[in-house]
Design a protein around this ligand. Structure first.
Ligand code: ZN
Length: 466
């Protein structure tokens, strides 16, 4: 028994267990200083293959022991939970997340439903990627931190930063580099740790944003259109969102600093294996520009492939649900259409990017198209496996890689000794049956276990309201 020896190793982060307030109490199912999860199938987030019949020891919010159940005896004071038939993964780190839900009739903040849905689906850390209600988002983050609402840890980006903003836009339009620097410095003070650029910016303004952000210790990502991936790499972006479908470099007649109309469509005709695309992949990997995979949200524009998740739909308010279902019925006849062959090209691109040494994370982009917080993060798992990643690699993209992109890999993102005990317990075996990933039972944040079903029940009917 290595218990005593492990005490020293686990003392490293010393973050402590998440404390259970009166508001959190109804959702908490495991609240003990020492917990032993026995007989689990472990997918640890490092990319390693699943390991059968393991025990994971948690002490004071930290992972304190890992080993075969037959050899690692729980200490006498532990609450022992027999999880035969269950799989444990690290808490998901969701990178392209939103806390608003946009409909044709209104845009609302998922103030209560968002945090509940994320945590219920095993997502223990999020980074938003553009806010419509930045102060509601900040207040929500504070509510979760103070224990008045169960939810994930949050890194927030503040409002979308764009080049122009019309009268109905909720973006911050930036006309000059000086204005951009002022806005970046302001959001650094207000608590944003990342910035999200949207669509139509010049290199001059984007360059000022990146420079000022780095000066304040913030990072920058973007959903690009006027800028190509090569522009982003040259300007020092930390990440780009969505991968292949948003690289405008392949649109015929693309002019510098201008968003071409056919972006996100023309890519369906581009060969991912071509020298130009492969060179672009290597450039991002070599310049250490991370990429966020958001396969699940683009699938919502793919007729014949996308299916509304019945349990996710229960979270929608009745009129919101009617609107989402009407849009679903009209899929392929209006708005953006992402053909099946383009989804497959996006998958191939992401595999090639990882093979080239690129750092790939994942997120939902739950902006209103029927792909909800948490549910979309888990749908990404099924799609990454479909793309050809092994189950261990797909989990790594969703967990440790996200932590690396956030710069938190030393303390989070994988199930390794001394790391914070953020983990999710799943009924069944998602390594054999990817759809089992949705069967979340208990989600641990810093060693405190939350009941997934109770959080989903509390979020029912709230998306579109609060
Ligand atoms: Zn988005």
């Amino acid at each position: 028994m290595r218990w005593a020896a492990l005490l020293g190793a686990a003392a490293l982060p010393a973050q402590g267990r998440l404390s259970v307030t009166a508001a959190l109490r109804p959702y908490v199912s495991v609240d003990a200083p020492v917990v032993a999860l026995t007989h689990v199938r472990l997918i640890d987030g490092t990319g390693a293959a699943p390991r059968e019949d393991q025990t994971i020891l948690l002490k004071d919010g930290v992972i304190f022991g890992i080993g075969p159940t037959a050899r690692l005896a729980p200490p006498a004071e532990a609450q022992v939970i027999d999880l035969n038939g269950h799989t444990v993964i690290p808490g998901v780190v969701g990178l392209h997340e939103h806390t608003y839900f946009r409909q044709t009739t209104r845009t609302t903040q998922m103030t209560v439903s968002g945090p509940l849905a994320y945590l219920a689906n095993g997502v223990t850390t999020i980074r938003t990627a553009g806010s419509m209600f930045p102060y509601q988002e900040l207040n929500m983050k504070q509510a979760v931190e103070s224990g008045s609402l169960p939810g994930p840890r949050m890194h927030i980006t503040g409002p979308y930063l764009n080049g122009a903003a019309g009268p109905e836009s909720m973006n911050r339009g930036l006309r000059t580099p000086d204005e951009a620097r002022r806005v970046v410095a302001y959001w650094a003070e207000e608590g944003a740790t990342w910035l999200k650029l949207q669509g139509n910016l010049t290199r001059a303004i984007a360059g000022a944003i990146v420079d000022e952000a780095h000066r304040h210790g913030m990072k920058v990502t973007g959903h690009l259109c006027s800028l190509s991936f090569a522009d982003a790499a040259a300007l020092g972006f930390d990440a780009v969102e969505h991968g292949f479908i948003t690289n405008s470099a392949y649109v015929p007649g693309k002019r510098p600093d201008t968003c071409p109309a056919e972006n996100m469509r023309i890519q369906a005709e581009v060969d991912v294996a071509s020298p130009a695309v492969q060179a672009s992949i290597r450039e991002l990997a070599d310049k250490k520009v991370a990429v966020t995979s958001t396969l699940a949200v683009y699938e919502t524009f793919t007729p014949g492939r996308f299916k509304l998740h019945p349990r996710a739909m229960e979270l929608l308010a009745p009129d919101t649900r009617a609107e989402v279902e009407a849009e679903y019925a009209a899929l392929g006849t209006q708005g953006l259409v992402v053909p099946e062959r383009l989804i497959r090209k996006m998958m191939a691109w992401e595999r090639d990017f990882v093979r080239a040494g690129g750092l790939l994370g994942a997120g939902v982009d739950p902006w209103g198209s029927g792909m909800l917080p948490g549910f979309g993060d888990l749908r990404n798992y099924e799609m990454l496996v479909e793309a050809g990643f092994s189950p261990g690699e797909a989990i790594q993209v969703m967990t440790l890689n996200g932590a690396r992109i956030l710069g938190e890999q030393a303390t989070r993102g994988s199930i390794e000794l001394g790391k914070v005990a953020d983990l999710a317990v799943i009924r069944g075996n998602p390594a054999a049956t990817p759809a089992a990933i949705y069967d979340m039972v208990t989600v641990f944040r810093s060693g405190t276990g939350f009941d997934s079903a109770k959080m989903l029940a509390a979020a029912k009917g709230l998306v579109g309201v609060r």
